[in-house]
Design a protein around this ligand. Structure first.
Ligand SMILES: [Zn+2]
Length: 236
């Protein structure tokens, strides 16, 4: 990987990679242009699809209150040791967070030696905040895109983190299946959900072909067929 746009594929025609042309990334096949809002922040959604408002409709006032309280306690608490331990053992490759918001978790994970940290969110304002973080730089790529259709190549990502899977996304299973498409054969999916969503998560991971273990609040999953896929890849 020489440049960050090399990882991206066109949402309209699937062509890859995109080509950087000044402030836009362009698909050479169909000509679609994706604006780079900042160096390393690519925008793949029309402005009208910014769904700060849709998220408001999706979450009840009680959930907002709880998420707000959680954000507040997080500011007062040190980084999550369980997440640190999990990510330390999987660090090195490409990291993706789906629903990265303003990048707090992406920043926290910068202590590990990733080749690149990628954050996807459909709201531009939080992504711009994430971009202003001192830890956002050449080792970070921010993408404004739908969590169900992420403009990255198949089997590219070594570790995917999803926080609050059932509270933030309208269709959690579509997010997990998009993660399946993106994960490298030996890749790992790391999720956290609220206690009342443990059972749905268990079912969802099983239906997507994941085996998992838990470390504190985090569910660490690998695909069951990963091993055979990895062998097949090597035989090719
Ligand atoms: Zn295209």
């Amino acid at each position: 990987m020489k440049r960050r746009v090399d990882l991206l594929s066109c949402l309209r025609c699937g062509h890859q990679p995109l080509e950087r042309q000044g402030p836009i990334a362009r698909c050479n096949e169909c000509g679609r242009a994706y604006p780079m809002r900042r160096p390393g922040l690519i925008d793949c959604l029309p402005a009208a699809a910014d769904d700060e408002r849709r998220l408001e409709l999706l979450l009840s006032p009680r959930q907002w209150l709880r998420l707000g309280k959680e954000a507040y306690t997080r500011r007062l608490t040190p980084p999550d040791p369980d997440l640190y331990e999990t990510m330390r053992s999987h660090a090195g490759g490409l990291l993706l967070q789906i629903g990265c918001g303003s990048g707090r978790l992406l920043d926290e994970l910068a202590v590990h030696p990733w080749r690149l940290r990628i954050g996807v969110d459909r709201r531009l304002a939080p992504l711009l905040r994430a971009h202003r973080s001192p830890l956002s730089g050449a080792q970070c790529l921010l993408v404004r895109a739908s969590p169900y259709r992420i403009p990255l190549r198949d089997k590219l990502i070594d570790a995917i983190v999803i926080n609050h899977l059932f509270s933030v996304f309208k269709d959690p299973s579509a997010v997990v299946f998009e993660a399946v498409r993106l994960l490298a054969p030996a890749g790992v999916l790391v999720c956290r959900v609220e206690r009342r969503h443990h059972e749905p998560l268990r079912r969802l991971l099983a239906s997507a072909g994941f085996a998992y273990y838990r470390l504190g609040d985090w569910w660490v999953s690998k695909r069951l067929d990963a091993q055979s896929e990895a062998l097949a890849e090597r035989a090719r």
